[in-house]
Design a protein around this ligand. Structure first.
Ligand SMILES: Cc1cc2nc3c(=O)[nH]c(=O)nc-3n(C[C@H](O)[C@H](O)[C@H](O)COP(=O)(O)OP(=O)(O)OC[C@H]3O[C@@H](n4cnc5c(N)ncnc54)[C@H](O)[C@@H]3O)c2cc1C
Length: 444
């Protein structure tokens, strides 16, 4: 595949960085392994997008990001090695298994990792409407994460598309921020099962449910969303809106395993016994195997079972002390970057006016998971490009007038300015921002 090889064979590698993966990591860590956890683009997983988790045992209510950070810390404290990389290929046709990864630290280095066994916990990808305007206005008013982007819609009018628990939660979150929240439900009733939340939402004065309604088109003025074209019980009408939040289900991230493992008709990985897949020594957990429940606690339960099964498999195959071969964690050298935190509009204007080099600005929020993921890459670029590009960051909750004046509609957003202070490029979301940073290294 052209990727660098790691000489050593890992006993157990975990693919994914959500609740399922992290629970497996805790169990394996406590059993004396130092499992590699390939976290992917969303460390902490989907739960980081929930502002309010109320069904996690032991916590009356907790923010999803806070909960996953606790679990991540617990996994690390028990010896897990969390790696900022994504899996781009697997070869399970022979032993050891080969897992090919691409680094997400900006270098895009690829690596072939050899493993005796692996646990797949790569979750699902949110679904899209596939209607006109959706792609065009993605990040300019269309999003699928209220927790990430909700605060940008203060006192505005937004629509949530969907009728399940995720849609209810998104609408509830947005009802505290937006002036008005429409919920577009395709069918004649909700299919959410969290009855208490549904009852509460139905009594929330600024929330309106539109049943038997589909979004046919997302409309905008070139820069941002201005409304939607709806089809309500067969009739079409336009509705003015500032933002559209999608909560319309998800598809398992299992394409990479199509040839290697048995999948069902919807792409969920099929299990033969507990978390065992169609291939011995390969286990799968959480939403990627679960077309029905898709809950944090069930992903955690799967993660625990898979870890125990994988341990048995390794002990049987290599003997009870096999894990002792795992090496100690390798620390990365610290970087000495300089990213300037902007605290006022005036400070920002001064920066723009006085800089003789281009400026990259990261608009972020403290509670935004993807923002946290991009921060180390941004900081590493600040280090490498010191003197060539200035790197600034803006907390949108702290300097809101600035994010408003630059029409920041989703997070993270990175804007590039040239030496004259003119905006030259904009990226929304971790992937486009990583690509922009990569290009900056080439250009400078
Ligand atoms: C808005 C929202 C609110 C929710 N609220 C609740 C709630 O209150 N209570 C509850 O129980 N559940 C809730 N859920 C559901 C819960 O988040 C999921 O059931 C749970 O996160 C599933 O965990 P998982 O580990 O299977 O997958 P995920 O959490 O989806 O994690 C998948 C992981 O795989 C990684 N990954 C993906 N592709 C790759 C790749 N190619 N290489 C490497 N890694 C990869 C990702 O980076 C991620 O870390 C909510 C979900 C949403 C969207």
């Amino acid at each position: 595949m052209g990727a660098a090889e790691v000489a050593r064979t890992e006993p157990i590698v975990i693919l994914g960085g959500g609740i399922g993966a992290l629970t497996s990591a805790i169990y394996l860590g406590r059993a004396g392994f130092s499992p590699l956890v390939i976290e992917g683009r969303l460390p902490g997983g989907l739960l980081t997008q929930s502002h309010l988790v109320q069904n996690w045992p032991g916590e009356m209510e907790i923010n999803g990001l806070e909960l996953t950070e606790k679990i991540r810390a617990q996994a690390e404290a028990n010896g897990a090695q969390l790696i900022s990389a994504e899996v781009i290929g697997v070869d399970f046709s022979k032993r050891p298994l080969i897992i090919t990864t691409r680094s997400l630290d900006g270098s895009e280095e690829t690596l072939n990792i050899r493993a005796e066994s692996c646990i797949i916990a790569m979750g699902t990808e949110p679904n899209y409407l596939h209607v006109p305007g959706e792609k065009e206005f993605w990040g300019k008013g269309v999003t699928n994460c209220a927790v990430c982007d909700g605060s940008l819609y203060k006192d505005q009018v937004v629509g949530v598309v969907g009728g399940g628990d995720a849609a209810v939660l998104e609408a509830l979150y947005l009802s505290n921020i937006a002036r008005k929240v429409y919920v577009f439900v395709r069918k004649g009733s909700l299919r959410a099962v969290e009855e208490k939340r549904v009852a509460f939402l139905k009594q929330t004065p600024n929330v309106e449910f539109l049943y038997n309604t589909t979004v046919e088109e997302i409309q905008g003025d070139g820069n941002q969303v201005t409304g939607v074209l709806l089809k309500e019980a067969g009739k079409k009408r336009e509705l003015a809106l500032d933002g559209v939040f999608l909560a319309i289900g998800s598809t398992p991230n299992s394409k990479l395993f199509q040839k290697a493992l048995k999948l069902d008709s919807k792409g969920y990985i099929v299990r033969t016994k507990d978390q065992q897949t169609s291939l011995k020594g390969v286990y799968a957990v959480g939403d990627i195997v679960d077309p029905i429940y898709k809950q944090a606690i069930s992903a955690a339960g799967d993660g625990a079972k898979a870890a125990l099964q994988a341990q048995d498999y390794i002990s049987e195959k290599l003997g009870p002390m096999a894990h002792v071969t795992s090496p100690p964690k390798q620390e990365k050298a610290p970087v000495s970057h300089e990213v300037i935190e902007i605290v006022s509009v005036e400070q920002f204007e001064e920066e723009l006016a006085n800089s003789s080099i281009p400026i990259a600005v990261d608009f972020y929020a403290t509670w935004c998971g993807p923002c946290k993921r991009i921060a180390p890459t941004f900081a590493a670029s600040a280090d490498t490009l010191a003197g060539k590009v200035r790197f600034l960051k803006v907390n949108v909750d702290r300097v809101t007038p600035l994010s408003n004046s630059y029409n920041v509609r989703a997070m993270p957003t990175m804007i590039l300015f040239d030496a004259s202070g003119a905006e030259t490029e904009r990226g929304v979301g971790p992937v486009p921002i990583t690509q922009m940073l990569k290009q900056l290294h080439v250009d400078q």
